[in-house]
Design a protein around this ligand. Structure first.
Ligand code: HEM
Length: 497
C-alpha cells in the first residue's frame, strides 16, 4: 500500500477552513463537479432547424441551467438532513444541464469557422462517437447503424443534449411541460428521449446486473476538501485521491499540462453519453454456467464479483488496507499494489480495467490523467424472474472530463478492450488465455481467473452490454452559453494547463 505523508498536527479544523474555490462556482454547470444525484433523469437529444432557432432556444433555457454552486448547496443540505434524521429528507428540486455536440456548436456559433479552427486538436469531439465506433468496439450488435441517436443524418443530427433531473416524477413532469413549450416555440425537434430512473427497493443505487454503482469517483482539488490526516486525499472519503480540476473542467490546472483549450471552453467540460443496453438474463445465466469451468471454491456470486471487482452490495474483493476505513460496502481504500497478479481482484474485473489505481501510470507515466467523473443512471424496468423478457433496460452512461481521447476512449479501447492489459506485470500473471477483456463493457472472449486460494478457471462469455446510442458533446460554462445564445464573438485565447 502506498505510504502518504500525513499533515502536521497544528492545523485548523475543517470547519474553520474557507470553502474550496470551485465549491461556490456559478459559471461551471451542475453535474460536472457536483452531481445532480436525482432519481428521475430525462435525456433529450435535440435538433436545431437553424441558427436563429437554436439560439432562441438556448436563450430561453439559459436561466434554468444549474450551476455547480447551487447543485452542491442542495447536495450538502440533503446529506446533512439525512445524517440528522436517518432517512431521505423531504426536500426536492429539479436541475437542468445542456451540452452541444460539434454539430450543435457549429450550428449556433456566430463564427463557425473560428470554432472549427479552435477545435483542431479535439479530434474525437469533431468526429463524433459514431466515427470512432470501430476502434471502440461498437461493432456487430453495437454498430452505429442500429443506434437510436448519435449516428443520424439530416434532421436526425443531434445538436444538443438536455438533461432534466428531478427528485420526484411530478417535479420532472412539470418541468418537462415548460420545456415542451420552449421547444415548440422555437421549432426544436427531438431525435430521441431517454428516461433514466434509479432502481427501487433493494436495488436502489444498483445497476441492472444487481451491483451497487456510483461508489468510486475521483476527488477534485479546489472543489473537495482535503483530508487532514492524509494529504492528497479527499476528506471523509478514504482512498479517494484528489485530482487537479483541469482534468474535468477546462481553464484550470491539469495533471500534466496537456489540457489547454480556447478561452470560450473555460469552465466547460467534455461529455460522453452512451445508452448501454444490458442483457440481464444472459449475464445471470453466464455466471451460473461459468462456474463449471472452475476448480476450487467458485460459485455464481463469486464469479460475478470477480467480473465486476465488487460484490453485489458494493464490497470490493480487494482486501481492506486499514482496520477503520477498510470496513463497509462502500469501501474504496485500496490500490491493488498488494495484488499485482489479480489474485484478489482479477485483472478482468471491470473496476480494475477502468481504474487500475496504482498500476495506472505504468504504461505512460500519467497515473492521474485517465479518470472519469461518472454520472450514469439506469433506464428501463427492473429485471424480475429468470427468463429474458425482451424488455429494453440498461445504463445511461454519462461521464465528464477534458480529454475524450485520454479519458473515456483510452479506458474503453486500451484498457477494457485489450485482452492482455496487465501493466507492470512480467511475466503475464495468469496462464493462457491471459486475463481477457473487461467482462462488463469489453469485447466477447475468454478470460482466465486465478484466485489466492487456488481456485482457477476460464470464463468464456459473449457481450451482455451493447451500445444503442452514443454521443460526444461539450458542456459549456454558463457565460459561454450566454455568448452562444446571443450570437456574440467567442474569446479564444488559450486557457488552462
Ligand atoms: C452497462 C454498463 C456498465 C455497468 C453495468 C457498469 C457497472 C459498474 C459498477 C457496478 C461499478 C462499481 C461501482 C463503483 O465503483 O462505483 C463500476 C465502476 C466503474 N465503471 Fe462502470 N459500468 C458500466 C459502464 C462503464 C463504462 C462504459 C465505463 C467507461 C468506459 C465505466 C467506467 C467505470 C469506472 C471508471 C468505475 C470506477 C472504478 C474504480 O474507480 O474503482 N463503466 N461500473
Amino acid at each position: 500500500m502506498t505510504t502518504t505523508p500525513t499533515r502536521p498536527t497544528a492545523v485548523p479544523s475543517i470547519e474553520q477552513l474557507p470553502q474550496p474555490a470551485l465549491r461556490t462556482n456559478t459559471d461551471i454547470q451542475g453535474n460536472i463537479l457536483a452531481a445532480f444525484n436525482k432519481d428521475f433523469m430525462d435525456f433529450r437529444y435535440l435538433h436545431f432547424p437553424d441558427a436563429a432557432k437554436g439560439r432562441g432556444w438556448l436563450s430561453a433555457i439559459l436561466n434554468t441551467v444549474a450551476t455547480t454552486s447551487e447543485t452542491e448547496d442542495f447536495n450538502e443540505q440533503f446529506s446533512l438532513a439525512r445524517r440528522a434524521f436517518g432517512r431521505d429528507p423531504a426536500i426536492t428540486t429539479v436541475r437542468c444541464g445542456v451540452s452541444l455536440t460539434f454539430d450543435g456548436l457549429m450550428a449556433v456559433a456566430k463564427n463557425p469557422q473560428q470554432v472549427e479552427t479552435d477545435l483542431t486538436g479535439f479530434v474525437a469531439l469533431r468526429e463524433g462517437s459514431a466515427k470512432r465506433a470501430a476502434q471502440l468496439g461498437d461493432t456487430a450488435e453495437s454498430d452505429p447503424k442500429q443506434w437510436l441517436f448519435g449516428a443520424g443524418t439530416g434532421d436526425k443530427v443531434v445538436h444538443a443534449v438536455l438533461i432534466v433531473a428531478a427528485d420526484t416524477e411530478e417535479l420532472l413532469k412539470e418541468k418537462l411541460k415548460n420545456l415542451d413549450a420552449v421547444e415548440n416555440a422555437h421549432q426544436i425537434t427531438r431525435v430521441h428521449v431517454d428516461e433514466g430512473r434509479t432502481l427501487t427497493g433493494p436495488l436502489k443505487g444498483h445497476e441492472h446486473f444487481g451491483y451497487k454503482d456510483g461508489i468510486s469517483q475521483p476527488g477534485v482539488k479546489d472543489f473537495h476538501r482535503e483530508s487532514q490526516d492524509r494529504m492528497g486525499f479527499r476528506d471523509n472519503h478514504a482512498g479517494t485521491e484528489l485530482i487537479e480540476p483541469g482534468e474535468f473542467v477546462f481553464g484550470h490546472k491539469s495533471e500534466t499540462g496537456d489540457r489547454q483549450a480556447p478561452g470560450w471552453m473555460k469552465n466547460g467540460s467534455l461529455q460522453v453519453v452512451r445508452r448501454l443496453r444490458q442483457d440481464v438474463a444472459g449475464w445471470n445465466q453466464a455466471v451460473v454456467d461459468g462456474v463449471k469451468q472452475f476448480t476450487g471454491t467458485m460459485d455464481p456470486n463469486l464469479l460475478g464479483a470477480c467480473l465486476v471487482g465488487r460484490e453485489k452490495n458494493g464490497t470490493p474483493l480487494a482486501p481492506p488496507s486499514n482496520a477503520v476505513t477498510g470496513l463497509g460496502s462502500d469501501r474504496n481504500d485500496f490500490d491493488y499494489q498488494d495484488d499485482p497478479s489479480g489474485q484478489h481482484t482479477p485483472w478482468v474485473a471491470h473496476i480494475r480495467r477502468t481504474n487500475p489505481r496504482s498500476f495506472a501510470g505504468i504504461v505512460d507515466n500519467k497515473p492521474k490523467s485517465h479518470r472519469l467523473m461518472r454520472r450514469g443512471i439506469p433506464y428501463g424496468p427492473e429485471f424480475k424472474g429468470t427468463k429474458d423478457d425482451g424488455k429494453d433496460r440498461g445504463l445511461m452512461f454519462v461521464c465528464y472530463g477534458t480529454s475524450l481521447e485520454q479519458q473515456f476512449e483510452l479506458i474503453q479501447q486500451h484498457w477494457s478492450n485489450s485482452p492482455d492489459f496487465t501493466p507492470g506485470k512480467d511475466p503475464a500473471p495468469t496462464p493462457e488465455p491471459h486475463n481477457g477483456f473487461d467482462k462488463v463493457i469489453g469485447l466477447a472472449g475468454k478470460a482466465s481467473i486465478a484466485l489466492a486460494d487456488g481456485t482457477h478457471g476460464t470464463v468464456d462469455m459473449k457481450r451482455f452490454v451493447r451500445t444503442t446510442g452514443s454521443l460526444y458533446a461539450f458542456t459549456p460554462s454558463i457565460s459561454t452559453l450566454r455568448l452562444l445564445a446571443e450570437g456574440k464573438d467567442l474569446p479564444n485565447k488559450p486557457v488552462g494547463s
